[in-house]
Ligand binder design. Structure first.
Ligand code: KIV
Ligand code: ZN
Length: 390
């Protein structure tokens, strides 16, 4: 068996038939230090997200500015296939701002952990729950779909967290969201938490995981294995501090390794990532999985030889699946196969002696710390032919 055995994984893991991708690039993503988007930029991004096929676009936080509300209204008027959602605290003013923005999907939140209760909100458990239930009822009375987040859920006492979610469920919430606000979950604690909530709560469960320890994608996968129906993510994983679950990594893992049925068109991932990188100014490192410059690049002689014989030898998936391209890089580790294939691609014919000289020059430059481009190789080859032909 050469490929990832997704059918087997799907059977063994028993993941939900439908998993929704809730994109929060325009809300948590925009909260990343250094990002500030204009109304026009937000609309352009929302259009790309809709084309990408995400189920929900969290467009922003309508109460914070008139620009946010204007952006929301324009997005609603564009009639996307993705649902449009806005963030709101459990205060009437925030919910009214959402209604005033023509949105019909509210993401309500309040801190539930001792840290948030005692230091930030200075409210008791009972006060927090009753305020939340009242505001769920208010939002439902105004015809909104309600997703409810217990902010800092993962540092909230489990008994209170369950009581809290049951409370908002009885008040009419449609879905509960579990934020790992400071990214402290690891796969095993995620498994236990989501398994417990799954048994106690009858609503669909959504995940909102931060990446402080680099575990947001893994934790989201575990949460989905335990029956979560939706995951929040952002393009390129941008968001507060170390960011959120990276959409491209989660989507590809779910589709390819788990065989999950998602509405996201993976062939648009690379372009969407670059678009978000250029509009936000936050570029991805070359090693970024799926969309980084090196994600499908090969230099070492052994790898390139394998790739040229069968690309699956050193690639988990074909780059076309995510709209990316394979790249053969040239440098110290380059072998004969790469140079031969490049020269064929350039339509340059050489004798064995010329080939050896070209190969040696590539190695010498590599030893001097140079990474060669295709143009470098082409000019080395042309010079070699010219020199040795004289
Ligand atoms: O990380 C978080 O807790 C949030 C909430 C607003 C859901 O972004
Ligand atoms: Zn967050």
């Amino acid at each position: 068996m050469y490929a990832i055995n997704m059918e087997q994984n799907k059977k063994e893991l028993n993941i939900p038939d439908e998993i929704k991708i809730f994109d929060t690039t325009l809300r948590d993503g925009e909260q990343a230090p250094g990002i500030a988007l204009t109304v026009d930029e937000k609309i352009k991004i929302a259009q790309r997200l809709d084309e990408l096929g995400v189920n929900v676009i969290e467009m922003g936080f309508p109460t914070v500015s008139s620009g946010e509300r204007k952006a929301a209204r324009e997005m609603v008027s564009l009639g996307f296939s993705s649902e449009l959602c806005g963030l709101a605290r459990v205060v009437q003013k925030d919910i009214d701002a959402l209604i005033d923005s023509d949105l019909s999907y509210a993401h309500l939140f309040i801190g539930t952990s001792p840290l948030h209760r005692d230091y930030k909100l200075k409210k008791s458990k009972t006060e927090i729950l009753s305020q939340s239930m009242e505001m769920v009822e208010y939002a439902k009375d105004h015809g909104l779909k309600v997703e409810f987040s217990a902010e800092d859920a993962t540092r909230t006492e489990l008994n209170y967290l369950i009581e809290f979610y049951k409370g908002v469920e009885s008040a009419g919430a449609d879905i509960i969201n579990v934020p790992d606000t400071v990214g402290i979950l690891v796969p095993s604690t995620t498994r236990t938490l989501i398994r417990t909530l799954r048994k106690k709560i009858n609503l669909p469960i959504s995940l909102h995981f931060h990446n402080d320890f680099g575990l947001a994608v893994s934790n989201s996968l575990i949460g989905i294995e335990e029956g979560a129906n939706q995951a929040h993510c952002t393009i390129n994983g941008i968001g507060e501090r170390a960011g959120n679950t990276s959409l491209e990594e989660l989507v590809v893992s779910l589709k390819i390794a788990y065989g999950a049925n998602l509405t996201v068109d993976t062939t648009k991932l690379y372009d969407t990532s670059n678009f978000i990188g250029s509009i936000t100014g936050i570029k991805m490192p070359p090693t970024k999985p799926i969309v980084g410059d090196n994600a499908f690049a090969h230099e070492s002689g052994i790898h390139v030889d394998g790739i040229l014989k069968n690309s699956s030898t050193y690639e988990p998936i074909a780059p076309e699946i995510v709209g990316h391209k394979r790249r053969i890089a040239l440098g110290k580790h380059t072998g004969h196969a790469a140079i031969k294939s490049k020269l064929e691609e350039f339509n340059i014919e050489v004798t064995q002696k010329q080939f050896d000289n070209i190969y040696n020059q590539v190695k010498t430059l590599g030893d001097k710390g140079k990474c060669l481009t295709d143009d470098d190789l082409r000019s080395i080859a042309i010079t070699e032919i010219g020199t040795s032909g004289k």
